[in-house]
Design a protein around this ligand. Structure first.
Ligand SMILES: *[C@@H]1O[C@H](CO)[C@@H](O)[C@H](O)[C@H]1NC(C)=O
Ligand SMILES: *[C@@H]1O[C@H](CO)[C@@H](O)[C@H](O)[C@H]1NC(C)=O
Ligand SMILES: *[C@@H]1O[C@H](CO)[C@@H](O)[C@H](O)[C@H]1NC(C)=O
Ligand SMILES: *[C@@H]1O[C@H](CO)[C@@H](O)[C@H](O)[C@H]1NC(C)=O
Ligand SMILES: *[C@@H]1O[C@H](CO)[C@@H](O)[C@H](O)[C@H]1NC(C)=O
Length: 473
């Protein structure tokens, strides 16, 4: 664009402040503003678009939730979804959810991210799908509202759970959990953000202490604001509940049983998410959970005539389903027999799952018939065999190489009858920042933390697992 000063611009008037002079001042200000605008627009357009990690905006500190960006399905060959933005739940004035200070231009498959402000940071590659939102978070921006919350905000946490909520979000812990500072920020974020999306939240702690000692343990370890939301269960509770119907090894290998018991005893919940203590999220939980809902909805709208997908999926996984390999250490002959062969087994890592009541009740039925298996394949296999709907939510993962560490192993025709078929399974890498071991997830998180003082250092949305060590737990 080419600009020149207007010819009829009046000559300078110095003697008296005339109306002309006032007009001139106004015109000068308007023109100056216009030039500044053009200047910034020009800068923005001249920025190289291949570098995906440029920050372009420092938004003022907002006082309300950012508007949701409608997520797009991972398939590039589908039309964009035009859905109404979900109505955000009432955000109490006393709590301002976190907002990222930076928006990025875009991230595409294979793009690399450089986190500034950290020495010798890894060059990470986006290896799965691009994030659903433009948000780019510094560690500080992500956790800021949770660092020194007011009494009112702490009260909101303790009183998060509402009789009207029909979905719940469960954090599974053990008494070995240290509840250190950084974990508490994460825990506050879960309650307040999942609360915004109308989830009740519970910290479900496995303990074999006697019931009086359990109370003392809670008082001694769990920060005050979470005590109202903390429940415990023991190995014996699970055994009693199972009542000798199915084989039981230990809590770790049968991690689903505590969930089944919880859902069976808490009838108000139709749907439950569970996460292990070492799962973390870059980004906001309410937005992440809403993105999952919206994306499932878009797949459901595209279901085929022979499919019957429920309004809420029965099992939500965050790693693409696989068939277990022959040598997998967790396979057992009885389970292979109970499920009529290895061909029918389906598995996915389970640091985070979503479960419908319908699935949980089916799992109870299998237990009653004497079937119980390792938790990574018990639920996915039942969902598969019972024609329930398993929805794999593809989320961004980041790897230090261009290729991911794992891959799914199912063909489209090997998915369950009612599973979304529009997920592009052939393009789904797995591993790296969401994996069963932590060499990548931990480095990703550590680098983000180390750069926390630099507001320009930001990471995009990522569900990260596992984060180990006392410092973050
Ligand atoms: C960072 O990288 C440089 C050059 O590769 C190396 O000399 C230095 O030891 C590294 N520092 C750390 C802390 O790893
Ligand atoms: C815990 O919840 C009860 C209601 O169930 C409420 O009366 C109480 O104030 C809560 N405790 C705290 C510490 O907020
Ligand atoms: C436990 O099993 C016994 C024997 O099969 C049965 O009588 C009893 O009703 C069961 N208890 C529960 C709570 O299901
Ligand atoms: C929960 O409640 C909402 C709103 O009241 C309703 O639309 C939904 O069907 C219920 N069930 C689930 C699983 O969300
Ligand atoms: C699942 O669907 C298949 C194909 O329609 C059908 O043959 C089978 O009986 C169904 N299984 C169950 C448990 O409903």
């Amino acid at each position: 664009m080419h600009m020149s000063l207007p010819q009829r611009f009046p000559p300078p008037v110095t003697a008296r402040k005339s109306p002309i002079s006032r007009l001139r001042n106004i015109i000068t200000i308007v023109a100056a503003t216009f030039f500044v605008l053009i200047f910034f627009l020009a800068i923005k357009f001249y920025l190289p678009s291949t570098q995906s990690f440029i920050h372009i905006e420092n938004s003022p500190t907002p006082t309300t939730a950012t508007a949701a960006v409608a997520p797009e399905p991972p398939q590039k060959n589908l039309e964009p979804i035009h859905e109404d933005k979900p109505v955000p739940s009432l955000i109490p004035d006393i709590f301002n959810p976190p907002t990222p200070s930076i928006e990025r231009l875009s991230i595409n498959d294979g793009d690399s991210l450089i986190l500034t402000g950290v020495k010798n940071g890894t060059k990470w590659h986006s290896a799965s799908r691009p994030p659903a939102r433009k948000d780019c978070w510094s560690y500080t921006a992500r956790f800021k509202p949770y660092i020194s919350p007011s009494e009112e905000v702490l009260d909101l946490i303790s009183n998060n759970n509402k009789p009207t909520n029909n979905r719940t979000f469960i954090v599974r812990l053990s008494t070995g959990h240290p509840w250190k500072k950084e974990f508490n920020l994460h825990a506050r974020a879960i309650v307040l953000e999942a609360g915004l999306a109308n989830y009740d939240v519970f910290f479900l702690v496995h303990t074999d202490l006697s019931s009086s000692k359990r109370k003392k343990w809670i008082k001694d370890h769990v920060p005050k604001e979470f005590r109202n939301l903390t429940q415990t269960f023991s190995t014996q509770d699970i055994k009693n509940w199972l009542n000798g119907t199915a084989p039981f090894k230990n809590i770790m290998e049968n991690n689903h049983l505590a969930l089944q018991m919880f859902v069976t005893n808490n009838k108000q919940y139709d749907f439950t998410y569970s996460i292990e203590s070492d799962v973390r999220l870059i980004g906001r939980w309410d937005e992440f959970l809403t993105d999952i809902d919206n994306e499932y909805k878009s797949h459901r709208e595209r279901q085929e005539p022979d499919q019957d997908m429920p309004e809420t999926p029965d099992l939500v996984t965050f790693e693409a389903l696989k068939r277990p390999g022959k040598e997998w250490v967790w396979l057992d002959d009885k389970c292979i027999k109970d499920f009529e062969g290895r061909e029918d087994l389906r598995t996915s890592i389970g640091p985070m799952w979503g479960w419908s009541r319908r699935l949980i009740e089916k799992m109870n039925e299998y237990n009653a018939k004497g079937v119980d298996c390792y938790y990574e394949y018990f639920a996915p296999t039942i969902a598969y065999k019972e024609n329930l709907t398993t929805f794999f939510y593809q989320h961004p993962i980041y790897c230090p190489r261009k290729s991911a560490s794992g891959k799914h192993s199912l063909k489209l025709e090997e998915l369950g009858k009612n599973d979304p078929r529009t997920v592009q399974y052939d393009k789904v890498p797995t591993g790296c920042t969401y994996f069963f071991v932590n060499p990548h997830s931990q480095a990703f998180w550590d680098q983000w933390y180390k750069a926390r003082k630099n507001p320009d250092s930001c990471w995009p949305t990522a569900l990260v697992h596992p984060i180990k060590g006392e410092f973050f737990n």
